[in-house]
Every structure is written in structure tokens, then in C-alpha cells.
Design a protein around this ligand. Structure first.
Ligand code: FAM
Length: 434
């Protein structure tokens, strides 16, 4: 009693009833037309997914279960007075829609710590990866290997009643979230450091543990940054590549390990989560070519124009849905203004904020010239000494698991069916409108 799972068990019948009423009362109503442009253009704007954990407004940005980022920061319990919220609280919020108490957050930390072990064969698998296998590929590999212990897959094989699917989905999801820092930290230690493995400390929170394992546990600023980072990257409604993929693969009743691994393979694309790595690489290449660590706005402008002229995107800018500065960017900017105002890399990120939107607007084809979440995260991590940009998307992935797996539990609780939209050939479309 009082646990997250117990609360979910209470909420599920209510939500099942809400869905039933939605279907009965409004099932046949239209959400808008589907145009040929939508079919060709990556389904932009087509309202065809159910996703409860968060909703994105193109002007205002993300709301997690109805709460904006400033509200989340204010409402969720924090480790440090006036500091960043615990991601564990975010998990409770995403799963239940309710703001947890400090005691409930603590119960999540303890629950996750108790699940934080990985089998030896997965450790060996990671230890045998060549150093030049991208950290995201290693993360995906490890998740697929961890799938051996899926409780959902076993329950399905044993003939579990479909009404009970959510239970093993919840258990797997909590296990995945608990195990991710061990996997992620092992990858970091193997690829970039001496391969040191730090054990889980049962008495501390998720972020402190993750920081300990990465080798940054003593640095209180880093731990606070990690809390913020893990909160901000959790969820961005259902249509983005990692969220949609996890949901899609899960709809075939692939278990949470397989579903998330698929989603993370999408996060590893440069137009999606890998953009955080690309942003830092782009800035460092600019600095190198100009032989400075603090380029002027004019130099940045010229470098942007070169990037565009060579047929490349400026990473960290633009968005498929957002039409304003990403509040996840703003929140990281506030963190920087508070903790690392004079960092030259932050100044470059700030200067880019001043010049890039105008350049992209002038170019005339970008629908959103403003920065997204990935334009900022690298500079914060660098400030605290986590310099290896190839690793950044792994941290994004650890956080993204919180959102997409919370929704996956609900997908199974609500009995959502296998996804199967209709495709068309070019000829069939051409003939349709002859
Ligand atoms: N730099 C240069 N060109 C850009 C651009 C950018 N930052 N953003 C968009 N464009 C181009 C885009 O490539 C397209 O060109 P073509 O017509 O020649 O194909 C045109 O502008 C119209 O694109 P759009 O409708 O404004 O954007 P989309 O919805 O198609 O794509 C993004 C959205 C995010 C993929 C795109 O803005 C982009 O490539 N940005 C850079 C990569 C990035 O930062 N991705 C991270 C997104 C992030 F929030 C996340 O997923 N984590």
C-alpha cells in the first residue's frame, strides 16, 4: 500500500472507464482531415496517436501531465532547497498524473536501487565491445541482452490473461529504468575511462548513484545538473521518433526491453537525440577552425552560413512541432545563468541564441528558427567535465525511458491494439485524384 504500483492499480479502472466513454460518445468524430502532404511529409500534424503522459503545445512547449516545466520544478520534491527536482518524482508524476510527496519519491529511489543489478553476461558483453562502437549502439545492445529477464515475455509465454498485461509491463519498466544507469555508466567507463565499476549505494537517490558510477559523484553541481537533465528529457508527447517507436513496437506486445531498445535506436539519429552530440561537435569544430574558444557573433554568423551553404543543418535549432524557444532550452539556460554564467562555451551558446534564429529565418525555409533542448545540454555537461560528446545521447536515453515506459504501462493497462496505419502507393494517390 502507498506504493506506485498500488496507486496505479487504483487509477487504472478509472482511466479504462474514461477511454470507454471517449469511444462510446466520440468514437466516430473527426480529428481533422488527412492530406496527401501529411502522407508524404512524415505525418506532420496528423492527430492519430493516444499519449497521456505529456502534451506539446507549439507555442508554449511541453506540459508533463498538465504541468509546465516551471510548475514541475516548483511542485516536485527536490534534494537541495530551491534546487532541481528528483527524476524519481517525475516518474511518479508521469505514471500517475499526480504530484508525489517526498516520502513517495523516496520510496521510488529505494525501489529502483533494489532493482539495480545486471547479469554478468551483459557486463561481459559490454566489456567486449570495441571502443569505437558508438555508445548508443552499446546501450541498445545491452537492452536487447537484458531482455532475457523480461517478466512480461515470460508471463506471455505462460499464458497470462490480457487484463493483467500492465503488471509485468510495470515490473519490466521499473527494472529497465533501474538498470539503465549501470549499463550507461559501464559504457562510459569502458569507452572513456579506465573501466571502473562503482556499486549502487542503497542510501542515495537515482541521480547521485548515476553520478557516482560515472565518476562525478563528488561534484554536487554535476549531480544537480543530472537531476535537471533527467527530468527535462523524459517525455515530449507521443509523436517524436523515440516515443512513437517505443509505442509502436510495444503495440506488437514486444516487451519493454525490446520496445525501448527500438525507441533508443531512433533517438540515436542525428535529427533526433543525437543532435546534442552534434551541437557540441559543431561548436568545437567552429572554435578549432577559428582558433578561439570564444568566437564573436560575426564569426558565428559566418560559420553558420558556411554550414548552410554546404547543405548541412545547424544542429540544436528547429523543431517539427515547436514554433518558439524550447522551454527545455530555457530551463537549461536558467541553470547556466545561475551556476556557470562566465563559462566561454555558455557564452557561445548564448551568442548562437542571438544570431542563429535570424540566419535561419533569412534562409526562408525553416518553420521554427528557435533552439531546441539539444542546443544547450552539451555545454552544461562540458562545464562539469563530462566532455565526451559521443556519450550525450546515452544520458538522453536514460531519461527518455522514464516517459516512454510510463506510457507503455498505460498502453497495456488500456488494452490499446497493435498499430497498423494504412499506406498508399504513389500511383494509387495519383489515380485517386485524377
Ligand atoms: N538548420 C538548417 N536547416 C534546417 C534546420 C536547421 N536547424 N531546421 C530545419 N531546416 C530545414 C529542413 O532541413 C528543411 O529543409 P528541406 O526543405 O531542404 O528538406 C526545411 O528547413 C524545413 O524543415 P522544417 O519543416 O522547419 O523542419 P522539420 O519538421 O522537417 O524537421 C528538425 C525538424 C528538428 C529535424 C529540423 O529542424 C532539424 O534538422 N534541426 C537540426 C537537428 C536538431 O536539432 N534536431 C533535434 C530536435 C530535437 F528537439 C530532438 O528531437 N531532440
Amino acid at each position: 500500500a502507498g506504493s506506485l504500483k498500488a496507486r496505479l492499480a487504483e487509477l487504472i479502472p478509472l482511466k479504462q472507464q474514461q477511454l470507454k466513454e471517449l469511444k462510446t460518445n466520440h468514437g466516430s468524430k473527426s480529428l481533422g482531415e488527412v492530406t496527401v502532404d501529411m502522407a508524404i511529409g512524415g505525418m506532420r500534424g496528423a492527430k492519430v496517436l493516444l499519449w497521456d503522459t505529456s502534451l506539446l503545445d507549439s507555442e508554449e512547449g511541453i506540459r508533463f501531465r498538465g504541468y509546465s516545466i516551471p510548475e514541475v520544478k516548483q511542485l516536485l520534491p527536490a534534494a537541495v532547497e530551491g534546487g532541481e527536482p528528483y527524476p524519481e518524482g517525475m516518474l511518479w508524476l508521469l505514471m500517475t498524473g499526480e504530484v508525489p510527496t517526498a516520502a513517495q519519491v523516496k520510496s521510488i529511489s529505494e525501489d529502483l536501487n533494489s532493482r539495480a543489478v545486471i547479469p554478468e553476461f551483459v557486463e561481459e558483453l559490454l566489456d567486449r565491445c570495441p571502443r569505437d562502437l558508438h555508445p548508443m549502439s552499446q546501450l541498445s545492445l545491452a537492452l536487447n541482452a537484458l531482455q532475457r529477464d523480461s517478466i512480461f515475455a515470460k508471463a506471455y509465454k505462460d499464458g497470462i490473461n490480457k487484463k493483467l498485461y500492465w503488471d509485468p509491463t510495470f515490473e519490466d519498466s521499473m527494472n529497465v529504468i533501474a538498470k539503465l544507469p549501470l549499463v550507461a555508466a559501464r559504457i562510459y567507463q569502458n569507452v572513456f575511462k579506465g573501466g571502473k565499476a562503482v556499486p549502487v549505494d542503497m542510501s542515495v537517490d537515482y541521480s547521485q548513484n548515476f553520478a557516482n558510477m560515472l565518476g562525478f559523484g563528488e561534484n554536487k553541481g554535476f549531480v544537480e545538473l543530472l537531476r535537471l537533465y533527467l527530468v527535462l528529457h523524459t517525455d515530449h508527447e507521443g509523436g517524436n521518433v523515440s516515443a512513437h517507436t517505443t509505442h509502436l513496437v510495444g503495440s506488437a506486445l514486444s516487451d519493454p526491453y525490446l520496445s525501448l531498445a527500438a525507441g533508443l535506436n531512433g533517438l540515436a539519429g542525428p535529427l533526433h537525440g543525437l543532435a546534442n552530440q552534434e551541437v557540441l561537435r559543431w561548436i568545437l569544430n567552429m572554435n578549432k577552425s577559428l582558433n578561439t574558444n570564444n568566437p564573436t557573433k560575426e564569426q558565428i554568423t559566418n560559420y553558420c552560413n558556411e554550414t548552410l551553404a554546404s547543405g548541412n543543418v545547424i544542429p540544436g535549432f528547429g523543431h517539427a512541432v515547436l514554433r518558439k524557444t524550447d522551454p527545455r532550452y530555457t530551463s537549461q539556460r536558467e541553470f547556466a545563468l545561475k551556476h556557470l554564467k562566465d563559462d566561454p562555451l555558455f557564452q557561445t551558446v548564448s551568442n548562437m541564441y542571438e544570431v542563429v534564429p535570424q540566419i535561419l529565418t533569412k534562409q526562408g525555409k525553416v518553420k521554427n528558427p528557435w533552439p531546441n533542448v539539444d542546443a544547450h545540454s552539451g555545454c552544461l555537461l562540458c562545464h562539469y567535465g563530462l566532455l565526451e560528446q559521443d556519450y550525450y545521447t546515452v544520458m538522453f536515453g536514460v531519461s527518455r525511458a522514464f516517459g516512454v515506459l510510463s506510457q507503455l504501462v498505460w498502453d497495456r493497462a488500456l488494452g490499446l491494439p497493435i498499430e497498423r496505419p494504412k499506406s498508399m502507393t504513389m500511383d494509387s494517390l495519383t489515380n485517386m485524384f485524377k
